[in-house]
Design a protein around this ligand. Structure first.
Ligand code: 8X3
Length: 250
């Protein structure tokens, strides 16, 4: 079998694009919460490579462990782990924050990434090889107004990524962080809970990144030769100078 890549949050947006991109060179374990979406993507990608799907919620450690332990023997040696699952919920000042939104962001963006990494890294350590790609955000590099807890979750991802790189260094495991800026996906629809006007305004007057743009960067990172480790890659739309400084037309 080819090298095996596992992608979380593969049922939409950046994760789905990453799965498509990696299907050229890797056998794929696609993970997500929505079985129907997993089935659709699996039948599409099976035309290119071997694919297996795992349905679980990264926020639930028991589900994570059960799913990873259910892998058939020939799928257990995971070479590439892409921790992509996560989202933003709400955008507003800290004193008006919705605690359920906070829990959702910290549980999926940070704790979910840790649960999945905890389940998969022992095998990589044992084999002394592997590559983890954490999809973080420009929000893990800069705090912006009203971003408070989303930014905190992504700063957490940034710290966890650095920690993983240190701890896994003796075992030849590469750890890469990819930090996207404005990518037009369902991201803003989810953040604004279906308010499409607010979501559209985020990308108004600029040419945003696409999920494919980020997926191509991930592919580039995992395809580097053994002697090359890309550690920390921030990818902004060309019109962006920072998280919120955007040169919008008209
Ligand atoms: C997504 C990018 O700028 O909306 O993580 O935080 S941003």
């Amino acid at each position: 079998m080819k090298k095996i890549a596992l992608v979380t949050g593969a049922t939409s947006g950046i994760g789905e694009a990453i799965a498509r991109e990696l299907a050229d060179n890797y056998a794929l374990i696609i993970c997500g919460r929505k079985q129907e979406k997993l089935d659709g993507l699996k039948s599409e990608l099976e035309k290119k490579t071997e694919v297996i799907s795992l349905q679980f919620d990264v926020r639930n450690n028991a589900e994570v462990n059960a799913a990873i332990s259910s892998l058939p023997k020939e799928w257990t040696e995971i070479d590439i782990l892409v921790n992509n699952a996560g989202n933003a919920h709400g955008l507003g000042p800290i004193h008006e924050g919705n605690v359920e939104d906070w829990d959702a962001m910290i549980d999926s963006n940070l704790k979910g990434l840790l649960y999945v990494s905890r389940a998969i890294t022992p095998g990589m350590v044992e084999r002394k090889s592997g590559h983890i790609v954490n999809i973080s955000s420009i929000a893990g590099k800069e705090v912006y107004e009203n971003g408070n807890v989303y930014c905190a979750s992504k700063f957490g991802v940034d710290a966890a990524t650095q920690g993983m790189r240190l701890d896994l260094n003796p075992y030849n495991i590469k750890v890469t962080s990819v930090n996207p800026g404005l990518v037009k996906t369902e991201f803003s629809n989810v953040r604004f809970k279906g308010d499409t006007e607010k979501a559209e305004n985020v990308y108004k007057g600029l040419d945003p990144l696409t999920a494919k743009d980020i997926a191509e960067v991930v592919k580039f990172a995992v395809d580097r030769p053994v002697n090359v480790a890309l550690t920390d890659i921030t990818v902004l739309a060309s019109a962006q100078a920072s998280a919120k400084l955007v040169n919008r037309k008209g």
